[in-house]
Each structure stands twice: as C-alpha cells, then as structure tokens.
Design a protein around this ligand. Structure first.
Ligand SMILES: Nc1ncnc2c1ncn2[C@@H]1O[C@H](COP(=O)(O)OP(=O)(O)OP(=O)(O)O)[C@@H](O)[C@H]1O
Length: 221
C-alpha cells in the first residue's frame, strides 16, 4: 500500500494518512492507538470497504483500488474474513445461520459439510448452536459468532476490529488463541485492531496510530 490518504466529504484534513505499508502473507499485525485515531478506517481501506482519496492498495497482484465496486466485493468474498467492531449479525437469524451468511442465501441449501464446519466453529468459540436467534445471546456470545463467521471459508486474510472487546478475560484469551493459532498454523494474514494490551502484546508487529498518523511501528526481535 502506498501514499494512502482518506478524507470524508467536507473534511479539510485527511482522517488517515499512511505513506507506505507492506504486509507479507502470513503476517500477524497489531494496530493500536486511541479512539478515533483511524484504526477501523484503515481496516475498511485495506479491504475496499472505503476507497482512499489518494493512493493504492495491492494485495498480491490485485490493485483493489482499481477494481469496480462489484469486482471488489467479489475479491473480498474470496479473500477476506472481517470481524466487525459491531459484529454485523442479523438479529432474527440463529447463530448457525449467521455463521453461514458468507455462503449466501440460495434458499439456505447449504452443503452438509459447510453446515458441519459452521457448527464446529461455533463449538470452537464456545457458542451454543441451539438458540433460535442471535438476539438471545449475550454481547460476548454475539462477538464469538462474528469470529466464527469470519473463519467459515478459512480466508487468507483475516481482519479483526476489536475482536475481544465484549469478552471477559478467559473468553478473550480463548478467542485470541483461536485467531493467532489460525494465522500461525495455516499461514494466514491477521490484522487485528485492539485496545487490549494482552492482544496487542502478542502481535509480532504493531502499528501505533494517533490522529490518523502512524506514530511508531514495533517489530519483535
Ligand atoms: N463516515 C464518516 N464520516 C466522517 N468522519 C468519519 C466517518 N467515519 C469515521 N470518521 C472519523 O474518522 C476518525 C477515525 O475513525 P475510526 O473509526 O477509524 O477510529 P478508530 O481508531 O477505529 O476509533 P475507535 O477505537 O473508537 O473504534 C474519527 O475521527 C471519526 O469520527
């Protein structure tokens, strides 16, 4: 990614500027910084959910900033799992149906093996599969459903925006273990935004942002 800049309409100064960022496949990258420093915006830019005013974002051979909206959606479906800060679950659907959302609706004719994978992922993150709707779940359980959903197709790139924010210490550690193990064992890229130092401290490489600017970058020796 190079010379990236994001500005929302009627804003004079960009809310995020980043001269250059290179992330090799399999990298685990933490993103830290105070509230409003541009961390979520960075994740949205990296996946084409927001378009930069300036600059380009390449994933491998693909310049996602050059893709049409539809092509970018298709690229994202194939390559990216996204754990949103506010989960983006569908309230009237069950935990299992929410995890299966990336499979598309298609009348819910989901292949048996995919349904089993979704159930296995819910077990892995510790959410009961027998609830009628995700609105019956606690916020922490909803967060875990969002984590399971992002892992459904084992995406090469996983972006997580505060994935442990609603969890108690044990559950947070358990979910962080799952995300880090998935990245390490399967050589998946993990970019994780967090205020939780116990999560950030586990990242071998960390970007610290403030006011939309990259302040420091730390890399474990
Ligand atoms: N759609 C928008 N229009 C205008 N300004 C926006 C929009 N979305 C975000 N911003 C502003 O951009 C800045 C960065 O927001 P962002 O959500 O990326 O920060 P953050 O570091 O992720 O914050 P938090 O830790 O609170 O989630 C904030 O000042 C925010 O108010």
């Amino acid at each position: 990614m190079s010379e990236l800049s994001l500005r929302f309409p009627r804003q004079e100064t960009p809310i995020l500027s980043l001269p250059h960022l290179a992330v090799a496949p399999g990298t685990i990258l933490g993103v830290a910084g105070p509230s409003g420093s541009g961390k979520s915006s960075l994740l949205y830019l990296l996946t084409g959910l927001l378009r930069p005013g300036k600059g380009s974002i390449h994933w491998g051979e693909t310049d996602i900033t050059a893709l049409s909206e539809g092509a970018c959606d298709a690229w994202r479906r194939k390559h990216v799992g996204f754990i949103f800060q506010d989960f983006h679950l569908i309230g009237e659907l069950s935990p299992l149906e929410n995890v299966l959302l990336p499979a598309g609706f298609h009348g819910w004719r989901v292949p048996v093996d995919l349904r089993k994978r979704a159930a296995d992922l819910l077990n892995l993150v510790g959410v009961p599969t027998n609830r009628g709707s995700v609105t019956d779940l606690s916020r922490g359980e909803q967060q875990r459903v969002a984590i399971a959903r992002a892992l459904l197709f084992d995406p090469p790139i996983l972006l997580a925006d505060e994935p442990t924010a609603s969890l108690d210490r044990d559950a947070a550690e358990n979910c962080a273990d799952i995300l880090f193990a998935n990245a390490r064992d399967n050589h998946r890229t993990l970019i994780i935004v967090s205020h939780d130092h116990t999560v950030i401290d586990r990242c071998p490489r960390v970007l610290h942002f403030d006011k939309g600017q990259l302040l420091t970058e730390n890399e474990a020796a």
